[in-house]
Write a protein that binds this ligand. Structure first.
Ligand SMILES: [Zn+2]
Length: 277
């Protein structure tokens, strides 16, 4: 795997160190947009206090240290204007500008903001929750119910038959775009079983030799994509007609439109093209 680790420059922590008075990094969100500086490098706002740029946050979360400096995520109220020299941009489009490790950290910040926003009250009894002091969790002071940060694992698989790769057209995508077989993990199954079940449900075939390829956090809203390669075993393609409207075996020379290079789907496609040119 070619993913740059989130932990290259970042150290996670739950409680701020009172002795650390260095300027702070701020991952500031307005819905799905993040505030960045209008500069070529060092795009993340780097200041001691958020009030310095006249922003009044709804909520702030401590994330740990970035290059030894405290870093925080921030939720803003809708309608907030960007301070001078800064701009709000859709986080999804910031991969190239931020670089991979900072993009992944921004993705974590985005997930924490949304999790904090969506877990202000206990899901069991409705009491206001409190932050756990020891881990990233919210606790209900009334009934003790604990909510950890939410993650939804999903699998994506490159299925190969006689050097060809299986690609499917999803109902949701418009135009002539095909993707790999993917789906969410269900309770009680292993991730390899998810691969088998999803492939059977969506295209009606059996797969074998399922091998782990790599993983990618995907914070829109809270997925963890787990990628596999697999070989065709048996059965004829029969699409479910609900999620998948069409599926075909493609050769490397005649592939449909490719996913963005940052996505794990793109990496699986690159693996396929290199292995079966
Ligand atoms: Zn409760």
């Amino acid at each position: 795997m070619f993913r740059k680790s989130i932990y290259k420059k970042y150290t996670p922590a739950i409680t701020p160190d009172k002795e650390n008075n260095k300027p702070k990094y701020w991952f500031i969100f307005l819905a799905s947009e993040m505030l960045i500086k209008n500069k070529k490098h060092d795009k993340i706002p780097f200041i001691s206090n958020i009030e310095e740029i006249n922003l009044s946050p709804v909520r702030i979360q401590y994330l740990g240290l970035l290059k030894g400096n405290p870093c925080y995520s921030v939720e803003l109220e809708s309608g907030t204007d960007a301070p001078e020299g800064m701009v709000f941009k859709d986080l999804k489009l910031l991969y190239d500008e931020l670089g991979e490790d900072i993009f992944l950290l921004a993705g974590k910040a985005f997930q924490i903001v949304n999790w904090d926003k969506n877990h202000q009250f206990c899901g069991r009894c409705g009491t206001s929750t409190e932050n756990d002091k020891n881990e990233m969790a919210k606790i209900c002071p009334e009934c003790g119910f604990t909510s950890h940060t939410r993650l939804s694992p999903a699998v994506i698989t490159a299925i190969i038959k006689d050097g060809k790769i299986l690609m499917a057209k999803h109902l949701r995508t418009h135009g002539n775009t095909y993707g790999l077989i993917a789906g969410f993990v269900e309770p009680g199954e292993t991730i390899e079983e998810t691969v088998k079940r999803e492939t059977m449900e969506e295209v009606g075939i059996k797969v074998k030799n399922i091998k782990y390829f790599g993983s990618q956090p995907w914070p829109f809203p809270d997925s963890l994509m787990i990628a596999f390669t697999a070989e065709y075993d048996s059965g004829d393609i029969k699409v479910d007609g609900k999620e998948i409207v069409e599926a075909q075996w493609f050769t490397a020379r005649k592939l449909p439109r490719m996913p963005h290079k940052m996505s794990i789907a793109g990496e699986l496609m690159e693996w396929y093209v290199n292995k079966y040119p």
